[in-house]
Design a protein around this ligand. Structure first.
Ligand SMILES: NC(=O)CC[C@H](N)C(=O)O
Length: 338
């Protein structure tokens, strides 16, 4: 089915229609004022295929900040610069608490569980700042992402960064905790200022899908980073990309992906596709509620789970995944990220 453009476009259109009718769209993140103001009734999906085709449906022209999805790119740059010594500062195990948990960092004596929880990403940003100013570091991150997307029209939204700088007290406490454990080289202000700005990198869903091609082995210029690092990042995305909801995501969807609290998800099916979805309402883990439901449906209908065997392409149960996910979301933690 993935090879058949017309069938794929029909499937994506069906999914977008169904998502627009879902009664429960999840709750937008309200701990960052700029995100709290976003209309949750928006949905977009875009998929890049091996032959260079890209199919995009829904609100694909709307820009959003990629938030934690930026952690994929900072990890790629840090692995390139430090290789295995990077792992002396950050672990590579799934986390069991919310993505900005201080308790989880404390229980691990100041070594973050993985690069995708906030503390791990703050330590990564701190590592990238060695020998470079925040401006140079942000320039490097932006340049990498623009190259990945083959698109220079990707930018940092300063009001989102400022909004988070003022209100992101949990991140300030994580930075101070890292500092107290001697796992932060720079002043909290410098590292966090840079972190908030890379979380505020903004683009639309079609651009986001293109950024994932280098992780699927589908970038026209080759892998951009070492193939071994692609493998490492995909493994981390599979096991940690959705925080303490990563097991559930692997079970339901079955391929590496990274979410952001703005409702975007970047997914990678090695050698087959790079997919982005965006729907701002979140589930109890702080991951896009309908974005996950949509990826589950694409995965099942097109047989894309990396765990699938031949013949595993059955249609979803009646009612579709959105209803099940919406029900799960209702029972969930009302304030993800708090
Ligand atoms: N889960 C996320 O996307 C978190 C990123 C957000 N900028 C924060 O630090 O809280």
């Amino acid at each position: 089915m993935i090879e058949d453009s017309a069938a794929l476009e029909t499937l994506l259109t069906e999914i977008v229609d169904r998502m627009s009718q879902a009664a429960d769209k999840g709750a937008v993140a309200d701990y960052i004022p700029e995100l709290a103001a976003i209309d949750p009734a928006q949905f977009a999906i875009s998929i890049c295929l091996p032959d260079g085709r890209q199919i995009s449906v829904g609100d694909v022209q709307a820009d959003f900040s990629i938030q934690s999805i930026s952690k994929v790119f900072t990890l790629a740059i840090a692995l390139g610069r430090y290789g295995d010594t990077y792992w002396t500062r950050v672990g590579r195990e799934p986390s069991t608490s919310v993505f900005n948990s201080v308790q989880e960092l404390e229980s691990r004596n100041g070594i973050p569980a993985n690069p995708f929880v906030n503390s791990g990403a703050i330590a990564t940003t701190d590592a990238l700042l060695v020998g470079a100013t925040p401006k140079e570091t942000l320039g490097e991150i932006l340049q990498f992402i623009r190259l990945a997307a083959s698109d220079d029209d990707i930018y940092i939204n300063p009001s989102i960064a400022e909004s988070e700088k003022r209100t992101g007290h949990r991140n300030w406490s994580l930075a101070h905790f890292l500092k107290s454990c001697d796992n932060l080289r720079h002043e909290c202000e410098l590292t966090l200022g840079t972190y908030f700005h890379h979380c505020a990198i903004s683009m639309n869903c079609a651009q986001l899908a293109r950024t994932g091609r280098f992780l699927a082995g589908l970038h026209p210029a080759g892998t951009l980073i070492l193939p071994a690092h692609v493998r490492s990042i995909n493994a981390l995305m599979m096991t940690c990309g959705h925080y303490n909801g990563s097991g559930e995501f692997a079970y339901r969807v079955g391929f590496p992906a990274k979410s952001g609290v703005s409702g975007g998800i970047l997914a990678v099916i090695p050698k087959r596709a790079s997919i982005a979805v965006w729907s701002p309402g979140l589930d109890r883990y702080g991951n896009s509620l309908l974005g996950t439901a949509a990826l589950e449906e694409v995965s099942r209908r097109a047989g894309l789970s990396v765990f699938s065997v031949e013949g595993d392409t059955r249609p979803l149960r009646r009612g579709g995944p959105a209803e099940g996910a919406a029900a799960a979301g209702r029972a969930a933690d009302p304030e993800p990220g708090r």
